[in-house]
Design a binder for this molecule. Sequence first.
Ligand code: ATP
Ligand code: MG
Length: 209
Amino acid sequence: MKVIAVLNQKGGSGKTTIATHLARALQIGGADVLLVDSDPQGSARDWAAVREDQPVPVVGIDRPTIERDLKSLVRKDFVVIDGAPQAADLAVSAIKAAHFILIPVQPSPYDIWATADLVDLVKQRIEVTDGKLKAAFIVSRAIKGTKISAEIAEALSGYDLPVLESRITQRVSYPSTAAAGTTVNDADPDGDAAREVLALANEIKRLLI
Ligand SMILES: Nc1ncnc2c1ncn2[C@@H]1O[C@H](COP(=O)(O)OP(=O)(O)OP(=O)(O)O)[C@@H](O)[C@H]1O
Ligand SMILES: [Mg+2]
């Protein structure tokens, strides 16, 4: 079982959008997946509840007991944790439970600066685990045709954590499919949005081997 935590204390960075899509993309790829909503706002649970025939199982663990609680849950191929904004104790708990930390960052310097505390926590944990924990940034809500995403990737390199090659673009299809409790991969499986999500899922799978 591999646990992927999508974390960033900065609100609105795209955690829930990425966590729901990543969970669904891994599932479409044939894996047995659980999405853990660690945000007391319950956004991932709200998303799941819209659809009666929701294929993605979602549970809420919004107390800093994620590591312990996951141990007592049924085995899955992948567990994706949707992180909470702020709440440092929840972030620590998710970091301890995770094999891979995915940090979505919007292409703006404010968002890069705001990740400093999280990066410190993650790096400490990487050290404690002798490098078994992996972590990477993903550029989230990238605006197509702008150079800022490339500049951001360069600015992020100062943090000494890799930046994934795949990125998630700003597209109306993300909120519009979320409103229906579904994903871009369900709405238009061959579209550009679905393709970028599958690329993300495949890149993470490769890095987790
Ligand atoms: N790639 C995208 N394209 C268009 N809209 C997006 C994209 N990613 C996120 N959004 C929108 O931006 C808002 C914030 O995204 P989301 O809820 O995924 O972020 P979050 O990090 O989970 O926020 P919070 O910190 O509140 O949990 C939502 O309205 C969402 O629909
Ligand atoms: Mg969220």
